[in-house]
Design a protein around this ligand. Structure first.
Ligand code: RIB
Length: 292
């Protein structure tokens, strides 16, 4: 089986700051670097390093060569990524000394890409393959509907949170992944409790509070967070979701997959960066005490 990821590819511009700026404040950056990011690319790299075969569906602009190079170097197949004339998506990410962040994104090619080449590429997917998606691209509902029609499991991260985007895609989603803030926003937007969400499986991540898997008709599965020295939480949710998809793709059941994802996220928050900070399968297994 394979993991397909229809998602954003960004160039992340990181600044490490003493604190996040207040309105009107000018701050000097302690450190600056540029690396591959975007929730989609982060999830693709996380899933590939966690052991799954991954194919990315998305787009870059004329300045996207280094982003594609980094994705491919992580083992992600990028043959179906569209190469457009405009700008690649980018993010300006501010990280404070406690590891908290503020992010501004410009969608660029992520919202400019054409639908038809994505659907054509998906023709090669097989029943039981997984599709990862997030809310940073165009055409989400169309792609999710096509994937579900092919018998794929669709895992959707409701981030950045937009109730209208989630509502449009939800009929075609098998597993909806949200953090605690997004889950509260979702409950308010739909006027429903977590139990009443119209989706087969809901996963809620709560940082140091661990994560829960709610499958309709089954008891909650809760896994604790792995103790971590947090230096940067950027991309932790992407890491969790990519590793979760990889574990499910490799045949793990829900509880084992959740533990695997939680261990992966515990490693990722101990490093600076997004795609480049995703842990490899051997590290995750070692963290789980299954290294030998
Ligand atoms: O989740 C982290 C990601 O959000 C960053 O890599 C940035 O590009 C934005 O998409």
């Amino acid at each position: 089986m394979a993991v397909w990821c229809f998602g954003s590819i960004n160039i992340d511009h990181f600044h490490v700051l003493d604190h996040l700026p207040a309105p009107g404040e000018t701050l000097a950056s302690r450190a600056y670097r540029v690396e591959l990011g975007g929730k989609g690319a982060n999830q693709s790299v996380a899933a590939a390093r966690a052991g799954a075969p991954v194919r990315h569906l998305g787009a870059v602009g004329a300045d996207g060569a280094s982003a594609l190079f980094e994705l491919e170097a992580a083992g992600v197949a990028c043959g179906a990524v569209q190469r457009l004339d405009g700008a690649t998506g980018h993010a300006v990410i501010l990280v404070d000394l406690a590891g908290e962040n503020s992010i501004v994104i410009h969608a660029g090619a992520n919202r400019e890409m054409a639908l038809v080449p994505v659907l054509e590429a998906l023709e090669e997917a097989e029943i039981g393959d997984l599709l990862l998606m997030q809310n940073e691209t165009a055409h989400q509902a169309e792609v999710a509907e096509a994937a579900m029609g092919k018998g794929m499991e669709v895992i959707y991260s409701a981030a950045p949170f937009d109730p209208e985007a989630v509502k449009a895609v939800l009929p075609f989603v098998s597993i909806l992944v949200m953090n605690a803030v997004e889950a509260r926003q979702m409950q308010a937007a739909l006027g429903l409790s977590l139990d009443e969400m119209p989706v087969e499986t809901l996963v809620v991540t709560r940082g140091s509070g661990g994560a829960s898997w709610y499958a309709r008709g089954w008891p909650e599965i809760h896994v604790p967070a792995f103790p971590a020295r947090v230096v940067d939480t950027t991309g932790a949710g992407d890491c969790f979701t990519g590793a979760l998809a990889a574990a499910l793709d490799l045949g793990a059941g829900p509880e084992a997959a959740m533990r695997y994802a939680s261990a992966a996220a515990g490693l990722q928050v101990g490093r600076h960066g997004t795609a480049g900070a995703m842990p490899r399968r051997a590290e995750i297994l070692a963290s789980l005490g299954e290294g030998g």
